[in-house]
Design a protein around this ligand. Structure first.
Ligand code: NAD
Ligand code: TDX
Length: 351
């Protein structure tokens, strides 16, 4: 029997991973340890709590709280930690970098210390392609130097380097995954795909940054979960594994496909001021994870269609998220960057 502690398990990828693992391994237990920030949401795990009541536990806690982390590991006899907990939104990292440094660097250190002290079997650090920085041509390899551009990616890079230091110095059995832009059900509607789907459903403008030609490599969340599962069971401690499906698209092309699926007009697209430090393109060389036996099983267009369908059928999930704190953030993020037309149609005002 394995007991996995999934930190950040109430977020987007973490909750999909927990559901996937409990279905796949009938003898595994999962402890979700999550601070429930604005992005953490127990609605993401509602079905899990009902379907797997005997093998799933939720603990409300911060990964920066060493005492609580250790108590939880001891109390539940955890033998593996998977760290999904992070501040994850690049735009928010431009407003308040401090919380990113705290959770993504210091929090990772706290988990590493606990894994070392308590002698756990494994830790998987869920990281991102953004640590390599923008790449004009070709694809980033695991051995490439890190050139993070934002406080978010710099914090994730700091967490990664701490993992490697703990492995080199104390042989802590930690492995790192670097996934590309992920999409699917339960993604908080601040990230481009769920934001644009839910805005378009309400005929609100879709704010496309800069010229809309920045490129992201899209990965369906279940493919991402399968790759993390493989790394957990078959990866080598101290190693890094890139995870990408090779679906490189400009944001403009992505937006057009979303609008086509929803049968909405392209006039909803509004070009707005660019994100400062906006990385032009990410691209991953995934030879290593493919050699381990992974390949994506979901074709991009049908996965996007399924995702659009999910948001159409699950308004109960996202509509209540787009209120309160979200509107404050939205106003701060888009208010000044958008033209008058946007302010008129949404009711938001600059400043
Ligand atoms: P998310 O923002 O949806 O969820 C993050 C979760 O972490 C939330 O449940 C939140 O409450 C929790 N959390 C935040 N700070 C915490 C703290 N101090 N202690 C405990 N819990 C805390 O994020 P996501 O998109 O699911 O990303 C999960 C992981 O995958 C992150 O580490 C992210 O860097 C990485 N990643 C994400 C993507 C992507 O496209 N979404 C791609 C590659 C890698
Ligand atoms: O309103 C928007 N308009 C827009 O043009 C938003 C929210 C985004 N964009 C652009 C910026 C990016 O080029 O779309 C692209 C994707 O943006 P995000 O969804 O914010 O994702 P990104 O910045 O690429 O980072 C994501 O992928 C890697 C996740 O947020 C990270 O957590 C992950 O590590």
């Amino acid at each position: 029997m394995h007991t996995l502690m999934v930190t950040g398990g109430a977020g987007f990828i973490g909750s999909n991973f927990v559901r996937y693992i409990l279905h796949k391994y009938p003898n595994y237990k999962v402890v979700v340890y999550d601070k429930l920030t604005y992005a953490g949401n127990l609605d993401n795990l509602k079905d899990v709590a009902e379907d797997f009541a005997d093998r799933y536990t939720f603990v409300h806690g911060d990964i920066c709280d060493a005492k609580k982390v250790e108590e939880t590991i001891r109390a539940h006899k955890v033998n593996v930690v998977l760290n999904f907990a992070a501040e994850t939104h690049v735009d928010r990292s431009l407003f308040e970098p401090g919380s990113f440094i705290q959770t993504d660097v210091f929090g990772t250190y706290v988990l590493l210390e606990a894994v070392r002290k308590l002698g756990l079997e494994r830790m998987v650090q869920v990281s991102t392609d953004e640590v390599y920085g923008s790449i004009e041509a070709g694809s980033s390899k695991e051995t490439d130097p890190l050139h993070p551009s934002s406080p978010y990616s710099a914090s994730k890079a700091g967490g990664d380097l701490m993992c490697l230091a703990y492995h080199t110095t104390w042989k802590v059995p930690v492995l790192i995954t670097r996934g590309s832009n992920t999409f699917g059900p339960y993604q908080y509607p601040e990230k481009i795909i769920p934001l644009f789907i839910t805005n378009a459903l309400d005929n609100l403008p879709l704010p496309l940054y800069g010229d809309g030609l920045n490129v992201r490599d899209w990965l369906y969340v279940i493919d991402h979960c399968e790759a993390i599962d493989l790394v957990l069971h078959r990866g080598q401690p101290g190693e890094i594994y890139n995870i990408g499906a090779g679906n490189e698209l400009t944001n403009l092309e992505l937006t057009r496909r979303i609008l086509r699926l929803l049968n909405k007009p392209e006039s909803l697209i509004h070009f707005v001021e660019d994100r400062p430090g906006h990385d032009r393109r990410y691209s991953l060389d995934c030879t290593k994870i493919r050699a381990l036996g992974w390949q994506p099983r979901h074709e991009f267009d049908s996965a996007l269609e399924k995702t659009v369908q999910w948001y159409m059928e699950n308004e109960w999930w996202w509509r209540k998220l787009k209120s309160g704190e979200y509107l404050e953030y939205y106003k701060k993020q888009y208010g000044e960057r958008l033209r008058d037309t946007f302010a008129r149609s949404t009711g938001f005002r600059a400043g």
